[in-house]
Design a protein around this ligand. Structure first.
Ligand code: ZN
Length: 314
């Protein structure tokens, strides 16, 4: 009888250079980034615009989308044309445009059957005085249109100061923007549909980037309702566990390990992002910046060391 060996799926990031990107991921994660305007590292992605390669093991060199197509058993044989989640590290050296994402129903009808996007952010690092935009102040769509038409963005947008360790859930339909001086991890539905509402009048390359205010008006939830913040920490022997969010699309938790964490991988798949420190997972070395998937049937996992990990699953 062939013995099945526990095998984690280690993934290589896909880097994206952006007008607003920086170079923090070079030092912070030790990544070989392509340039000083590297805005995003797509670290767990099967999206056609950035499909991660498996870096070692029997599937080395295959993409995550290929694995999803050809070895669905690794993902608990769950249904779906596409791998459901997308995880990125984002380094904003400049402000990102003010934007909103549609929900599944709107994207299906208006974007060729694509998914909508609910996403969440955990702040890894930020500059003194950094802020972020989540939500808006308009009570009605009429008021929203008026504020937008009159360029009264300060009256319209909710600006929030941020610190490392803050967490934000951004349901589809929420006006949002990451702003300069922020390094974060984003876990989201696997979608790239973004409606840009405002770009601060910038002219990258001499011309403004396209806006999608009509679609944005369609999809923005109005009035804005605060997403329930349910961050809860439990202290265990060897680790602290911080529950961040559970919604229709994903559950996200953070573990700060100082010793040993034993857990059972009981989900269709478990995404593991090491955001600090180093250690081992079942004897395999992992360090800050490493991203991997523990597949279905992995069973008991033993994580040891001094490290912080964000874990997500459907
Ligand atoms: Zn977004």
């Amino acid at each position: 009888m062939k013995e099945t060996k526990k095998e984690m799926i280690r993934l290589e990031p896909v880097f994206k250079e952006m007008v607003w990107g920086g170079n923090k991921m070079r030092d912070y994660f030790g990544y070989e980034i392509p340039g000083d305007d590297t805005g995003e590292a797509w670290v767990v992605s099967a999206h056609p615009q950035g499909d991660c390669l498996v870096s070692e093991g029997r599937f080395a060199g295959k993409t995550l989308s290929w694995l999803w197509e050809n070895h669905r058993e690794l993902f608990g044989n769950v249904d779906g044309e596409e791998f459901p989640l997308l995880v990125k590290f984002i380094d904003a050296k400049e402000d990102l445009s003010i934007q909103v994402h549609p929900d599944d129903a709107y994207a299906k009808t208006h974007e060729n059957g694509a998914r909508g996007k609910t996403e969440c952010w955990y702040i890894l690092d930020c500059e003194e005085g950094a802020d972020i935009i989540v939500g808006h102040r308009a009570k009605t769509k009429e008021e929203m249109k008026q504020l937008m038409d009159e360029n009264r963005w300060d009256d319209f947008l909710m600006v929030r100061p941020i610190h490392s360790g803050d967490f934000f859930q951004i349901p589809s339909g929420t006006v949002h923007a990451i702003r300069k001086g922020t390094l974060l991890i984003e876990i989201q539905q696997n979608s790239a549909i973004t409606y840009r509402m405002y770009d601060y009048g910038r002219m990258p390359g001499g011309k403004p980037r396209e806006l999608h205010q009509k679609q944005a008006m369609d999809v923005v939830r109005c009035p804005y309702e605060e997403a329930a913040g349910e961050k809860a920490v439990s202290h265990e022997a060897g680790y602290d566990k911080t529950f961040l969010v559970s919604c229709d699309f994903y559950t996200v938790e953070k573990y700060d390990i100082q010793g040993t964490l034993e857990l059972e991988q009981e989900w269709p798949f478990l995404i593991v992002n090491v955001i600090g420190g180093e250690g081992t997972i079942d004897g395999c070395q992992v360090k800050k910046g490493n991203c991997l998937i523990l597949p279905a049937g992995y069973g008991d996992a033993r994580l040891e060391g001094k490290m912080s990990i964000v874990m997500s699953h459907i």
